[in-house]
Design a protein around this ligand. Structure first.
Ligand code: NAD
Length: 258
């Protein structure tokens, strides 16, 4: 029986790498995220032709519970099941808390935390009915430790790891595992856009931010590759990972070993 994986925020960056990796393992895939319609069409067709799998796309906005509900319903009706849920969509804003825009706080909590509540509550009944399921929450090293000026992101990612543990306990005897992946820095649009913000907040040049803030946190002194995360996600969906649940798995070049 072909499994179906839904990856939120998979039109770029880490989510796209995970979607490609899942399709490469013989899963049908539901893509989601924002972007240019033609480019998304090309991504969808490219993964389908490279892998031979059925790849669909939902434009649902992860801040909108009604759109999330429609996305889950469409995934099940188009593919016949929903076996793997990857809650990956995320945004960032960097500012001191006393200058943090209220709208940015609300948006970060909605996308980085609450969307995973809505997808999970709606997907789990389908997994329970099949007696098998995998939920992967894309947390961060910032789900385990903090950095200044990222209060909303750090709060949301710590919360996501907490929710991961609670849900893992709820479904532990139903063939469903729930885990968080905690990457260090990966060179995606999300990181590239925060370099100028961090430079402003810390009064540094952008080059200094990359060397002295970003890669300084990572003992390997290199960015984590999106494909490394794709392979971790594939392993967590395998039967070999059936006893890994409620875990927060670091893929951070040693950052949180400090
Ligand atoms: P990215 O900006 O490349 O991708 C984010 C994706 O989320 C895009 O597809 C975007 O369209 C989508 N998205 C944003 N808002 C959305 C919304 N409201 N509804 C639907 N989709 C939405 O970023 P990325 O670096 O690939 O980040 C992916 C995840 O990995 C995020 O949760 C991020 O917090 C996490 N993460 C990233 C890093 C890193 O260094 N890049 C490190 C740790 C964790």
């Amino acid at each position: 029986m072909i499994k179906t994986a839904l990856v939120t925020g998979s039109t770029s960056g880490i989510g796209l790498a995970l979607a490609r990796a899942m399709a490469g393992q013989g899963m049908n895939v539901v893509l989601n995220g924002f972007g240019d319609a033609d480019q998304i069409g090309e991504i969808r067709a490219g993964i389908a032709s490279d892998t031979g799998m059925n790849v669909t796309y939902s434009p649902a906005d992860m801040t909108r519970p009604d759109e999330i509900e429609a996305m889950i319903a469409a995934a099940v009706s188009e593919h016949g099941s929903l076996d793997v849920l990857v809650n990956n969509a995320g945004i960032q804003h960097v500012a001191p808390i006393d200058e943090f825009p209220v709208a940015q706080w609300d948006a970060i909590i909605a996308v980085n935390l609450s969307h995973a509540f809505h997808t999970t509550r709606l997907a789990l009944p389908h997994m329970k009915a099949n007696g098998w399921g995998r939920v992967l929450n894309m947390a961060s090293a910032h789900g385990l430790v903090a950095s200044p000026y990222k209060s909303a992101y750090v709060a949301a990612k710590h919360g996501l790891i907490g929710m991961t543990k609670a849900v893992a306990l709820e479904v532990a005897q139903q063939g469903i595992t729930v885990n968080a992946i905690c990457p260090g820095y990966v060179k995606t649009a999300l990181v590239e856009s925060q370099i100028p913000e961090t430079a402003r907040a810390r009064g540094m040049t952008e080059e200094d931010v990359v060397r002295d803030v970003i890669l300084a946190a990572q003992p390997t002194r290199r960015f984590v590759g999106p494909d490394e995360l794709g392979q971790m996600a594939v392993f967590l969906t395998s039967d070999a990972a059936a006893s890994i649940t409620g875990a927060a798995i670091s893929v951070d070049g040693g950052w949180t070993a400090y």
